[in-house]
Design a protein around this ligand. Structure first.
Ligand SMILES: [Cu+2]
Length: 203
């Protein structure tokens, strides 16, 4: 039941990454959490089955169903986690050519009074970037949400293995072969360094 209002603001300036769907997003039912098995409660919302995608890369997503248990709307304006140096609230936009891109949700996540807001792979999610370490299946990751009232709410996300909706952070290139990613990254770094030097020469 997705009743939340999505603002589909097309703003190229905040397009921060490309999401490449390399497999079938729908064939990962085995690893999807079962509804209603873990419900954590705060003063203003519950979150059902909060989980985080286990990863050895430097970014991942946090998911779960947030239910507003009050009679007033609230907006999640930011999120944070100790294990991530950078956190954003993301939505996934399917473009006309069929590819998907993730972008920051303009204005934050508004959860209407007494309604649910679903965070799921291939949809809206909390994006953790610049991870400080590996996240293994079974790990518990504490995530803090800040609302428009300035209040902070913490919940625990359980790390699970998830192979559907592979999110690839590929601003320019599609690194489809994971094992070669680091080599390519280093190559690009050197290219950029040299490029930077030649640019500075003009100054
Ligand atoms: Cu994202």
């Amino acid at each position: 039941m997705t009743t939340a209002t999505l603002r589909r603001v097309v703003a190229p300036a905040i397009l921060i990454s490309a999401l490449v769907l390399t497999g079938c997003a729908s064939n990962a039912t085995e690893t999807e959490p079962e509804a209603g098995t873990d419900i954590q409660q705060t003063d203003v919302f519950t979150i059902a089955d909060p989980w985080i995608k286990a990863t050895d890369t430097d970014m991942t997503g946090v998911f779960g169903t947030i239910s507003n248990i009050t009679d007033e709307d609230f907006t999640i304006v930011s999120a944070s986690a100790d294990i991530a140096d950078m956190t954003e609230l993301h939505e996934t936009i399917v473009q006309s050519d069929g590819s998907s891109v993730m972008q920051e949700i303009e204005g934050g996540i508004t959860v209407p009074a007494r309604e649910d807001y679903v965070l799921e792979p291939g949809g809206n999610h909390i994006m953790l970037m610049s991870l400080t370490g590996e996240i293994l299946p079974g790990d518990t990751v504490s995530v803090t949400l800040t609302t428009d009232s300035g209040e902070e709410y913490e919940f625990d996300a359980i790390a699970k293995e998830y192979t559907g909706a592979q999110e690839t952070y590929a601003p320019e290139h599609d690194h489809s072969e994971h094992e070669h990613e680091h080599e390519h990254e280093h190559e690009h770094e050197h290219e950029h360094e040299e490029h930077d030097h030649s640019e500075h020469d003009h100054e």
